[in-house]
Each structure stands twice: as C-alpha cells, then as structure tokens.
Write a protein that binds this ligand. Structure first.
Ligand code: FPP
Ligand code: MG
Ligand code: MG
Length: 333
C-alpha cells in the first residue's frame, strides 16, 4: 500500500526503547521473588522470540503523542516505557493462563509452559507476572493511569470467560464475537495506548485518538489471527493452528461461512463436538468466502487506524503508526 513508501521500520526507530526490553522484564521478575522456579516459569516466554507488537505500538503512540504535544522529557518517556512493559507482561501472563485453559502444548516455537511444568505452578507463575506488573504501575502514582490499565484486566478475564462454553443464537453471534474480540485482544492495546496519552496529560481528544487507534489495530490483529488459524502452518505460527474449531470456537471465518453454508449453524451450536464436525467445518470455511470476508473486515479496521493516526502531527512515529496498521493486515505469523 501507499504507506510503504515512508520506508519506516518501527522496530528500528524504537531501538533505544526496545533493545533491553526483555532484559528489563526478566530483571523485574527475578528481583521480585525468592523462589527461583517461580522466576524460571514466569520468565519462560520473555526470551525475545515474541513479536513484541504491544510494546512496539505502545512506544510508537507514546512518542507520536509527545511530538504532537511538543512535550518530551526523559522522565515522561520512562513512565510510558513502564506502560509498555505492563502491556507485554499482562499479555504474557494471559498467554500463560491461556495455555493452561486451552491445554496447548506449543507456543513461540517451543513447548508451552504447561507442557514443562504442572498446572498449579504455571497458574501461580501467571499470577506472579501480573502482580509484578501491578506494583510497577502503582509506583507511577497516577490514579488515572491505574484506572485505565486496570480496565485491561477485567476485559481480559471477561473476554476469556465469554468464549468458555457460550452458546449464542444466530442473531447474537457476530456481536458476541466482536465484543469478545475487543475484550480479549483489543482492550489491552487500546487502553495501554490511552494510558500513554493520559500520563502525558494530553487532552481527552488525543487520548481518544490513541484509544481508538489501538482498538482498531487490536481488532484487526485478532481477525487476522483467526484467519491465520485456518490458513497458516503451526511451523510458521510457532503455535498450533487449525486449533479454534477443536476448541469449539466459531471465529469470524466460520461465522461468515454460515451465510453460504447454513449446515454450519448446528455445528456452531454444538461447538463442533460431534465426530467429523471439525473436518467438515474446516472444509466449508475454505469453500466459502469467509477467509476473504475476515481479511476485508480486518482491512477496514486498519484503514480506520491509519485515518486516526493522521490526526496527530506528522512525525516519524506518527508515520510508524501507519506502517504498523499495514504490517498487521499483511502479517504472516
Ligand atoms: C490467547 O487467545 C488469549 C488471550 C488473548 C487472553 C487470555 C486471557 C485469559 C486467560 C484471562 C486471564 C487474564 C489475565 C489478566 C492474566 P487464543 O487462545 O485465541 O490464542 P492462541 O492461539 O495464541 O493460544
Ligand atoms: Mg484461548
Ligand atoms: Mg490459546
């Protein structure tokens, strides 16, 4: 797309902020406990193999806002970086819990935490990451930031809860899916980005631009994730694919496919629990236009994110925000 011509690599322009990012997380986790095994399990996913999308986009927004407000101090960037640390730590804590819930055995190209340690210890390790992240935010001594970031936690839990054994009617389904997707993925990005505006004492309009940009990028990211579950290999993704149907989950590609193949409806209702359901649904999704429709919806959210970024003063970071929206729609893993 046209954004490509900016030739900006967000990871390069943020190198100073991201270089020691995982070292800092590991240091926080290590210094918070006298239990070496707790530290080992909690640190397991902070090996630098993740895409670090959340901290990257958080720092891009932080710096785009600082530029927009003409208000950049080392102290402010340091605080915004702690918000970025929080976003990655909460994300990883939720993945640790998620792998237990989904009984998944592979993530980021290696055995998942629960494949290596028992569920009780793994659950505690997820809680531990969350507790260390919470202390860090409490130390910012900003009630407004604490309130914005706490919303992420209630949303994550509710989003995950919504997909446990839910059985919506045909009419409710897509709205339910979008609400769930906002809560389990987009809220984290939207509220982390909003928090970088709040800590910079930006006005409500700028905070709203940050929030809506994050919400749109987050929704697009999860839509693409749900599409890749049908089309990508587990080698490529570093985690199991073709997994959602087996977990009983009807994501956007299936919900779109239902329009063309109504025989999917009863399968969605019984959460693909009968023999042959998973295989048949997989085949019908590929025969339908569900995957293209999912990408199209993701693209719509990316375009909206690009439009929102353009409301901020032009800067390398503001351009970087547009590149990110482009990366999300074109990502392969
Ligand atoms: C991955 O989804 C999971 C999430 C995005 C959120 C999971 C949230 C919880 C387990 C609630 C606990 C929350 C806190 C605050 C620790 P997925 O299973 O669709 O993706 P995957 O393919 O990467 O496993
Ligand atoms: Mg899950
Ligand atoms: Mg999972």
């Amino acid at each position: 797309g046209p954004v490509r011509e900016f030739q900006i690599d967000p990871y390069i322009i943020l190198d100073d902020d991201l270089k020691y990012f995982y070292d800092d997380v590991r240091y926080l986790l290590k210094s918070g406990t006298s239990q070496p095994e707790l530290d080992t399990i909690a640190s397991y996913y902070f090996d630098g193999q993740g895409k670090a999308l959340r901290p990257m986009v958080t720092m891009l927004m932080a710096k785009a806002i600082n530029y927009h407000l003409n208000n950049e101090s080392h102290q402010l960037v340091h605080k915004q970086r702690q918000i970025a640390l929080f976003s990655e730590m909460v994300h990883s804590a939720s993945l640790v819990h998620d792998d237990v819930i989904d009984q998944s055995d592979f993530r980021r190209g290696k055995p998942s935490v629960n494949a290596l340690w028992n569920h009780k210890k793994v659950t505690m390790a997820g809680d531990y990451i969350l507790s260390i992240a919470s202390i860090m935010i409490a130390r910012l001594r900003s009630d407004d930031v604490t309130i914005v970031l706490s919303q992420i936690l209630t949303d994550l839990v509710q989003g995950e809860f919504m997909q446990l054994g839910s059985r919506e009617t045909e009419n409710e389904r897509f709205a339910h899916y979008l609400t769930k997707t906002y809560r389990k993925t987009a809220s984290l990005i939207a509220n982390a980005l909003k928090a970088t505006a709040v800590i910079a004492q930006a006005d409500d309009n700028v905070a709203e631009v940050a929030f809506q940009y994050g919400r749109n990028v987050g929704l697009a990211f999860q839509l693409v994730d749900d599409m890749l579950d049908f089309v990508s290999s587990s080698e490529q993704m570093g985690k199991p694919t073709a997994a959602d149907l087996k977990l009983g989950l009807a994501t956007a590609p299936v919900l779109f496919a239902c329009e063309k193949y109504p025989e999917l409806n009863p399968m969605v209702m019984r959460r693909f629990s009968e023999p042959g359901d998973v295989e048949r649904a997989f085949e019908l999704v590929h025969k339908s236009h569900g995957l293209e429709q999912t990408r199209f919806l993701a693209k719509k959210h990316c375009n909206e994110a690009i439009r929102l970024a353009q409301e901020l003063t032009e800067s390398p970071y503001q351009k970087g925000l547009q590149v990110v929206a482009d990366l999300v729609i074109n990502r392969m893993k």
